[in-house]
Design a protein around this ligand. Structure first.
Ligand code: SF4
Length: 415
């Protein structure tokens, strides 16, 4: 009987991709989605905030108490790997560049610490995505930006891009295995091909020619990456009608403190243009970064209306040791941050509802992903959640909806 291995994946879609790669590289072990029956647990960690470190450490302690044999990888291996290894609770620590060796590493008798090469280029191919209806494609790794609050460039390395032929082979393998929706992912996805005469838009055009590719989504882009070549693909039928473009804030003074490259005026022009073209628009936004006075917050909330946002990933600033922001003053207290977070969420929730009402005449193209016990759940081309009542098993199916209700939170339909 092969020992059973459970993958605990923290953090972002890039980690989801990396876990899938490791699952595919196992030969003498069996992957289980049931943590309790696992002999071995791979902790694919995140270290984006101090809070992420606490969650990983808490999970390691919990699994150690259950007597699991533990291995640590992911971004946390670079920041907390040594201290967790020294605790004696971890059999082995390995960096992302070593993940293809996982089958051998798990069989190593002695404990090991192999952090590997921070600037390796991934060339792994996965055949499937266990438990998923859409496929995440890692096209890029690392980041050359240096936002003051962010540790990622130090744990994922500088920006570099995967080989185009490998990416296209990856997509065609997954498409021939039934996947129709592809989410491009990476640390700073939009910097794909930079300095190598390649562009993400060109790559997406080539992907769209592969049989079975129906919809392409991009994990997250930076405002400056919606350049001329990207604007050429905005009307393509295979491109989602939603774009996630990370601004992080809408006050120029806060953007300066964060060492961001974007500024509000150019963001407003860009988002205005995309809104005019019917896109749903999402962003990342950090609330409570040091220096976010009441005046700057009010300014940010005034500015945010000109961005026509329909989706948001809001984060409460969380100090990350080793980053410039960690020593900045004045810090913003948690209650104030929570109030601001609530105000921001409510603003975007209302925008999303208005957007869905304004689009009610547009047929929705939904990829159904799961069943919540009552209704099927999927996402439409605007990346809005759709709940569907049906007697048929719709999971993994694409359905077109002309007739649906715009509910407070979701679009609702019968099929
Ligand atoms: S763009 Fe900024 S926030 Fe994003 S990974 Fe790079 S440094 Fe971090």
């Amino acid at each position: 009987m092969k020992p059973k291995v459970f993958f605990k994946t923290f953090g972002c879609r890039t980690n989801v991709f990396d876990s899938q790669v490791m699952m595919g590289a196992l030969r003498d072990y069996e992957v289980t989605e049931n943590e309790s029956e696992a002999d071995i647990v791979i902790v694919n960690s995140c270290t984006v905030t101090n809070g992420a470190d606490v969650s990983v450490r808490g999970y390691v302690n919990q699994m150690d108490k259950q007597g699991k044999k533990l291995f640590l990888t992911g971004c946390g291996a670079h920041t907390k790997g040594e201290s967790l290894f020294a605790s004696g609770k971890i059999q082995g620590v390995f960096g992302q560049s070593e993940k293809m060796k996982i089958n051998t590493l798990l069989s190593t008798e002695s404990r090991f610490y192999e952090i590997g090469d921070l600037n390796y280029i991934d060339d792994a191919i996965v055949e499937e995505f266990i438990g998923k209806s859409r496929a995440f494609i890692k096209i890029q790794e690392g980041c050359n930006f240096r936002c003051n609050y962010c540790i990622i460039p130090y744990v994922r390395g500088n920006a570099r891009s995967m080989d185009e032929a490998k990416i296209l082979e990856q997509v065609s393998r997954l498409a021939s295995n039934g996947f129709g929706e592809f989410v491009l992912t990476g640390t700073n996805v939009g910097s794909y091909g930079q300095g190598e005469g390649r562009s993400i838009a060109e790559l997406m055009k080539k992907m769209s020619l592969i049989r079975g590719v129906r919809r392409i989504r991009v994990g997250s882009l930076e405002p400056i990456q919606i350049n001329e070549s990207f604007q050429e693909i905005l009307d393509e039928s295979w491109l989602e009608r939603h774009l996630h473009i990370a601004i992080q804030h809408s006050s120029n003074e806060m953007l300066r403190l964060m060492n961001r490259r974007n500024r509000h005026q150019s963001d407003a022009e860009l988002f205005g243009m995309l809104h005019e073209r019917g896109f749903a628009l999402g962003t990342d936004f950090i609330v409570g970064h040091p220096g976010e006075s009441d005046t700057l917050w009010r300014e940010a909330m005034e500015n945010i209306d000109s961005l026509h946002l329909t989706h948001i990933h809001p984060f409460t600033y969380s100090k990350r040791d080793g980053t410039p922001s960690a020593t900045m003053k004045p810090e913003i207290n948690g209650t104030v941050s929570a109030q601001r977070m609530a105000e921001l969420n409510e603003r975007i929730r209302a925008n999303n509802h208005l957007f869905r009402k304004s689009m009610v005449k547009v047929p929705l193209e939904v990829l159904v992903e799961s069943y919540d016990g009552q209704r099927y759940v999927g996402y439409d081309q605007f990346f809005n959640k759709v709940l569907i009542e049906s007697q048929e098993d719709l999971i993994g199916n694409w359905i077109a909806l002309e007739d649906y209700e715009v509910d407070d939170e979701y679009n609702v339909a019968k099929f």
